[in-house]
Design a protein around this ligand. Structure first.
Ligand SMILES: *Cc1c(COP(=O)(O)O)cnc(C)c1O
Length: 357
């Protein structure tokens, strides 16, 4: 049976990307060697690294004065690398969910943290507005897409201090103005590739300002100087990211992705609003285009488990909501085809016919 992969992460990749990766695992470009058994310093892998960086630059229109790095440790290691490298006295954070909270926890180990606004009062179902970014903060950190709660920041904020964004789950889903950010980072495993590589886009004028000793591997300047090759980079995940970006470019780039993502989300949010059995959890003005969270309407809550089983029997995978929200979460990342969203809608409508009172 065809599977419709709504997993939150690691998540769906384009079939073509998986097939091309499989080919390169057997034989990279006909050189008679697997991409997994090459020196990362040889010309064949260097070409992969260079093309991946070049595609990042081209597709996101990254200005000259930024570096693109590929590191290990996941987005989670960035939660501590950021304050290690950048927090002198005080940093500002926007608290919009579980990942933001984890980033805040690490920063507190290095200095004072000001949470400028939080949506914890409503279980993170909205993006706070009208907050003031303190002008004396060393930086301001945001999480643009809150994977667990299904909310998203679509605006590139004007920040008086260096703006740092965790874009793990919405990178390349729409055009962004990179020049508004001092740093953008994320794990690859939501919209880019398999788990194991973290991308970092960073402007180096923010570095070198703290007095503490920074361990070599945790110092961004090490990786900038060595072109992400201070130690062995995650070669295979980087290869897959390159294939994803080739695919994305062929489809028309981030502008085309945005249009497709808006279409898919509009279809599914429309059905959630229309269907008497379901209701969305995120506030309308904050709804994510990547992770669409919904629960059973009051009066139908006892059907939650049954719906999940019904959807699973129709090939839907990964629909169970995160335990902190409950219900369902349909992740509709770049690689999710509209047909899968339509298949989910069909299942929701069929279930409604069976159960609507
Ligand atoms: C998944 C996710 C993370 C965690 O990424 P790891 O690579 O597993 O450390 C952090 N932030 C956001 C927004 C995420 O979606």
């Amino acid at each position: 049976m065809k599977k419709h992969n709504f997993s939150a992460g690691p998540s769906i990749l384009a079939r073509e990307v998986i097939e091309n990766t499989a080919k390169a695992v057997l034989d990279l470009n006909g050189i008679g060697l697997s991409v997994m058994e090459l020196s990362h310093r040889g010309k064949d892998f260097q070409a992969v690294m260079d093309e991946t960086v070049a595609l990042f630059r081209e597709l996101l229109e990254i200005p000259e004065n930024y570096h693109v790095l590929f590191l290990g440790g996941g987005a989670s290691l960035q939660f501590s690398m950021i304050p290690y490298n950048l927090l002198k006295a005080r940093a500002a954070y926007l608290e919009t969910g579980t990942w933001a909270k984890k980033a805040i926890k690490e920063a507190k180990g290095f200095g004072e943290v000001e949470v400028v606004a939080s949506s914890a009062d409503k279980n993170f179902n909205y993006i706070p507005k009208g907050f003031k970014i303190p002008e004396d903060a060393d930086y301001f950190h945001i999480t643009t897409n809150n994977t667990i709660f299904g909310t998203e920041i679509f605006e590139d904020y004007n920040s008086p201090v260096p703006l740092i964004a965790d874009m793990s789950s919405d990178i390349f889903s729409r055009p962004i103005d990179v020049s508004k950010y001092a740093m953008i980072y994320g794990g690859a495993q939501k919209n880019l590739g398999p788990a194991g590589v973290t991308f970092v886009i960073i402007r180096d004028d923010i570095l070198g300002k703290v007095d503490r000793y920074i361990p070599t591997m945790l110092d961004y300047q090490t990786h900038i100087k060595e072109g992400s090759m201070f130690n062995t980079p995650p070669c295979l995940p980087i290869y897959t990211c390159m294939e994803t970006l080739r695919w994305l470019k062929k489809l028309g780039g981030v502008g085309a992705m945005q249009k497709m993502n808006q279409e898919k989300a509009a279809l599914l949010y429309g059905e959630i609003e229309r269907n008497v059995l379901f209701t969305g959890t995120a506030a309308n003005d904050s709804r994510s285009l990547m992770n669409i969270c919904f629960v059973m309407q009051p009066g139908y809550q006892e059907l939650e488990k049954e719906f999940l089983e019904f959807a699973t029997s129709r090939g839907m995978v990964g629909l169970k909501g995160h335990r902190s929200v409950g219900g369902f979460r349909a992740s509709t990342y770049n690689a999710m085809p509209k047909e899968s969203v339509q298949a989910l809608i069909d299942v929701m409508q069929e279930f409604e016919k069976m159960h609507a009172k």
